[in-house]
Write a protein that binds this ligand. Structure first.
Ligand SMILES: Cc1cc2nc3c(=O)[nH]c(=O)nc-3n(C[C@H](O)[C@H](O)[C@H](O)COP(=O)(O)OP(=O)(O)OC[C@H]3O[C@@H](n4cnc5c(N)ncnc54)[C@H](O)[C@@H]3O)c2cc1C
Length: 407
């Protein structure tokens, strides 16, 4: 289907299903004071609010899915529309002009990371059982990778899975698990063969989070909310049909999921937090657009956003040509977090002490949530330093950094 024909059809559907946003009118500058002024990177919500928010996002995702707009680039056999990532991008651009419940990290992980990983490593039965439900977000899945002793060096993880009859018994601790309070499953990487070299002795599982022995403890973040958690697993029994990939293939599964994660970030993280458009509107409102420093910061941010958008187009073109997510995703992830830092810096330049206390003025103190949340993404999904290592070694072909000698 021609993209423009698809776009027109999608706009007709959106107009009958959602309300156009009040704060934008075509490509004109943002309308000051209209709509929500939230630029939060992480929501400051209670558990109940987090659940209600997840329900709202899930309702919108299932409405889209049922109408053929929820899994545009997925094959029809798995509930998708069988179109291309470019069709998907066209829909997203149009959807952004309407009021919707937005998106959060758990939905990005469910749709953008876990579902496509099952698409690669899942058995045909697992694909039919999970993918349509994950894409429709009837099921939500989080990422059980990091541990207290394994972050950047994920292959050091020690959460164990041991054979137990026909299934597996999992014991260990995961940490920083986004959305675990609300998720139904977690994609867990566990050590199944401690005697094998560390990258070989791992296996991936889809762990039901309501299984006996799973305990989720929220971690309070500096933004006030608890979007991520510790997850304790104590003798959790998991049937073998929830193993993802062959025993010992856990590292391959993890790298695939992390590749999708970088791809998602290089697409701009689903538009989390503030943007050039909002800061431009703020600088106009404060009558600061003639200041040279403000102009320079605005220009840098605009260029950064354009570059990220072009990089996203290039990644989509590579995917359409059948390529897997490559190390180029690291460039996008880095550019995205740099844009977030530039956004926070310019908000600070413009607002100064107004970020310290809430006067109730629309579009001002709200930026404090951006400042406190943005640094998190310089760590999540592989820190800036790790992305630079990947770019140096796998994109530029520079010598590898020294690895500790094997014991
Ligand atoms: C907001 C947020 C959400 C997250 N969500 C999830 C989730 O849902 N699931 C999940 O499994 N994990 C999640 N994480 C965890 C995240 O993946 C880890 O925090 C990350 O991989 C870094 O690991 P670490 O915190 O153990 O830091 P460390 O690995 O201990 O790193 C500490 C510092 O050392 C630097 N460093 C480490 N190794 C190198 C090296 N080789 N070269 C140069 N510098 C290096 C790092 O860049 C960092 O600055 C989340 C983290 C955040 C912040």
């Amino acid at each position: 289907m021609q993209i423009e024909v698809f776009r027109e059809e999608a706009v007709r559907w959106l107009k009958t299903t959602a309300v156009p946003r009040a704060d934008i009118a075509g490509d004109a500058p943002l309308v000051w004071g209209a709509g929500s002024d939230s630029v939060a990177v992480f929501e400051n919500t209670t558990e109940e609010e987090e659940r209600l928010q997840a329900e709202r996002i899930s309702d919108w995702q299932s409405t889209k899915f049922d109408a053929g707009y929820g899994a545009i680039a997925w094959p029809t056999e798995l509930g998708g529309r069988g179109l291309t990532p470019a069709h998907e991008a066209a829909f997203r651009a149009e959807e952004a002009k309407f009021e919707t419940p937005g998106f959060n990290e758990l939905f990005g992980v469910t749709i953008g990371l876990v579902a496509p990983t099952i698409g690669i490593f899942g058995t045909p039965e697992q694909q039919q059982r999970f993918i349509p439900s994950l894409l429709r977000t009837d099921l939500l899945a989080c990422q059980l990778f990091s541990e207290p002793g394994a972050g950047s060096d994920l292959a050091s993880l020690s959460c164990r899975a041991e054979r137990d009859g026909d299934g597996w018994r999992i014991t260990g601790q995961k940490v920083w698990t986004s959305g675990a309070r609300v998720a139904h499953y977690g994609e867990a990487i566990c050590r199944t063969d401690p005697s094998a070299p560390k990258h070989h002795g791992m296996t991936a599982f889809l762990v039901p989070l309501d299984a006996p022995g799973v305990e989720v403890r929220p971690i309070r973040q500096m933004t006030g909310g608890s979007t991520f958690n510790e997850v304790f697993l104590e003798d959790v029994l998991v049937p073998d049909d929830l193993r993802l990939g062959a025993p010992g293939d856990g590292w391959k599964v993890a790298l695939t999921t992390l590749g999708f994660e970088r791809g998602l970030s290089s697409a701009g993280g689903g538009g989390l937090g503030g943007s050039f458009r909002r800061l431009h509107a703020l600088s106009r409102q404060l009558d600061r657009t003639t200041e040279p420093v403000t102009r320079q910061q605005l220009a840098k941010l605009y260029i950064g956003e354009r570059l990220l958008s072009m990089l996203g187009q290039r990644a989509r073109a590579a995917m359409e040509a059948g390529g897997p997510p490559g190390p180029e995703g690291s460039v996008g992830k880095l550019l995205w977090t740099q844009n977030m830092s530039r956004t926070s810096d310019l908000a600070s330049t413009l607002l100064g002490p107004r970020l310290g206390a809430d006067t109730g003025e629309w579009g001002t103190f709200a930026w404090a949530e951006h400042l406190l949340g943005a640094p998190g993404y310089r760590i999540a999904g592989g820190s800036d330093e790790i992305q630079r290592n990947i770019i140096g070694e796998r994109v530029l072909g520079l010598p590898r950094e020294p690895r500790p000698a094997a014991p």
